[in-house]
Ligand binder design. Structure first.
Ligand code: ATP
Ligand code: MG
Length: 569
């Protein structure tokens, strides 16, 4: 395609609000533009890459026995009410009314729509298993849309859903799709890892996330330094065995701690290490107030809290609400003399603490020499903290280390949560009615595109792997006013295009410096520069990624390009 006819608005400077490389480069190289916060247009170059990523996803999904379809983005609220998610999904679900004041949601995900569809169309075990997928726009009113395509409010997702008459059948499909995902991310050239995850708002049990390893990732992966264990930090169970201290128990005392609010301030003021203090946080777990106690050097894992209560919503209580029941603000909360309506739960490590400090539920005061169970009661001890680097690996092999990851894919075994609430049943061989067993499988297609740029760039721009690059060859005519350059470039453009090679032809009346800079920014894998030696039929061929270049006669170009593309397969 001719660059003079395309919309590729490149920018020399980094846009002020773009913090990470993929966001900066996709904007600067003219792949995307922001329309509103978290909402983007894909310009022609961006759309070409998106299509290539989608094509790889399609090929592997089809290969795994899934069938493509397309569901509506606009979904009636009745479906979401059947599963209860009209309430539990919360403000992330974009809602609107039609002219008759009927409520709708913009699809954040499609379990409700697909389950209602399959419920109406499939009634016999003979049609199972059934695996359907779509590639479509999703809408989520994210609290913090950021990092460009990584966390948008409107984004492209591939979502697949499977329906089964047995758990064995679900296991088989889960494994097939898990393998398809591994193929997809391998073919895309991404450095990724599949990790054990939490099923979150989706309900259900077995689930893995596919994480692209990257420092800008919002997720932390806990992995073993000695085995292939890897889990999202939210999920990794703590298996540390704490030792019983032989320190003699001391008399509890109340002490003034004026203006000392954080754990660190209090520990310093009372002159003890962080782990000698208890941290108490007030949560609202659905409608129940829960005071969660951990050791001062540990952090509460709200996903574990949610799972402990099998709750749908877990959030920190407001300071006002907390003060009302506890009589003190956040800085002075503790588990002693807690009103009955508040549950006190504690992390396992708390049980083994001796002579620790904690808030006195009175502003500006703490207790010291507190001993759990002697001085306060705990409704339940449970694993409620985040795993830490250095903790033993949950599989018993090695110790835990952390890495950052971008979640690009997610596979879940849903079981019967949706089919039961929506009454999606089938008749088995004996004519008995059973709820369908389900799985669901997502890939963030637009997020994957950004993850690719995070892994493929250098200081000058993007360095696309060729199977997802918007074009394979960038052809630059340095001075289009010179006939020999223009003519040779035109010929090369026609020849390569006829051979099915995707060529972006920079035929603009721009300075050579501008063309080189734009070309580096856009990041097409091979560059042909038609310049001074055009009269003799010589051009320069450059590998964007390695920077390797040499002079090649036009007659050898096709063979050289084919060789490069084959090597890169
Ligand atoms: P996250 O924890 O990042 O919010 P999620 O668990 O909400 O992700 P899923 O509901 O599993 O995501 O959606 C499937 C896939 O869609 C994710 O693996 C991710 O790649 C992609 N995705 C989710 N939210 C966004 C978003 N706001 N912008 C871009 N892609 C997204
Ligand atoms: Mg999310």
């Amino acid at each position: 395609m001719k660059q003079s006819e395309m919309l590729i608005p490149t920018l020399r400077e980094n846009p002020a609000d773009a913090e990470i490389k993929s966001h900066q480069l996709l904007l600067r190289a003219g792949f995307i533009r922001q329309t509103a916060s978290g909402i983007y247009s894909f310009l022609p170059l961006g759309k070409r890459v998106l299509k290539k990523v989608e094509e790889i996803v399609r090929e592997e999904m089809d290969q795994a026995g899934a069938h493509e379809m397309l569901m509506p983005a606009l979904q009636p609220s009745e479906l979401w009410k059947e599963t209860g998610r009209w309430n539990t999904f919360g403000p992330e679900l974009m809602r609107l009314h039609d002219r008759h004041q009927r409520e709708f949601a913009l699809g954040a995900t499609h379990e409700e729509v697909i389950t209602s569809l399959v419920r109406d169309e499939v009634s016999s075990y003979k049609k199972l298993p059934l695996v359907l997928y779509q590639i479509q726009t999703k809408f989520r009113d994210e609290k913090r849309p950021r990092f460009g395509l990584l966390r948008g409010r409107e984004f492209m997702m591939k979502d697949a859903y499977s329906f089964h008459d047995s758990y064995e059948s679900l296991d088989k499909t889960y494994e097939k799709i898990y393998n398809a995902y591994s193929n997809i991310f391998t073919r895309l050239g991404l450095n990724f890892r599949a990790v054990i995850a939490d099923s979150g708002a989706m309900g259900g049990k077995d689930t893995h996330e596919f994480m692209v390893l990257s420092d800008v990732g919002e997720d932390t992966i806990a992995y073993s330094d000695q085995s292939d264990y890897a889990a999202n930090i939210e999920m990794a169970p703590v298996v540390t065995e704490y030792e019983q201290s032989d320190e003699p128990l001391k008399e509890m005392e109340k002490v003034a701690t004026p203006d000392q609010k954080t754990m660190a301030e209090v520990a310093e003021y009372l002159n003890h290490p962080l782990e000698k203090g208890l941290k108490s946080l007030m949560f609202k777990v659905d409608d129940q107030l829960v005071l969660v106690v951990t050791r001062g050097d540990h952090d509460v894992n709200d996903v574990k809290l949610k799972n402990l209560y099998q709750a749908s919503i877990v959030e920190l209580a407001s300071e006002e609400e907390t003060r009302q029941v506890m009589g003190a603000g956040f800085g002075s909360l503790g588990p002693i003399n807690v009103p009955e309506e508040v549950d006190v739960v504690a992390d396992h490590a708390v049980k083994y603490t001796v002579n620790v400090s904690c808030g006195a539920n009175e502003d500006g005061y703490h207790y010291v020499n507190v001993n759990p169970e002697r001085d306060f009661e705990v409704k339940q001890f449970a694993d409620l903290r985040f795993i830490k680097e250095g903790d033993p690996s949950p599989d018993g092999k090695g110790t835990i280390k952390f890495a950052r990851g971008i979640e690009v894919g997610h596979v879940f075994k849903l079981g019967t949560v949706y089919s039961e609430s929506m009454n999606a049943t089938y008749l088995d061989q004996n004519g008995k009615s059973n709820p369908m067993i389900m799985g669901c499988y997502g890939i963030g297609v637009s997020r994957t595109l950004a993850a690719l740029v995070e892994q493929y760039h250098d200081e000058d721009g993007i360095t696309w792997p060729h199977h997802v690059a918007p074009f394979q060859v960038h052809l630059l005519a340095l001075n289009v006013k010179k006939d020999e350059q223009k003519n040779l470039a035109d010929t090369i453009y026609e020849t390569l295009t006829e051979q099915g090679i995707e060529v972006l032809y920079d035929d603009r009346k721009e300075r050579a410096g501008v063309k080189f800079a734009d070309s580096d920014l856009i990041g097409i894998p091979l560059r042909i520069t038609v310049g001074k030696r055009a009269g003799e039929g010589y051009v320069e061929l450059k590998d964007r990624k390695t920077g390797q270049q040499d002079e090649v006669h036009e007659s050898e170009l096709s063979a050289r390009i084919q060789k490069f593309l084959n090597k890169e397969q």
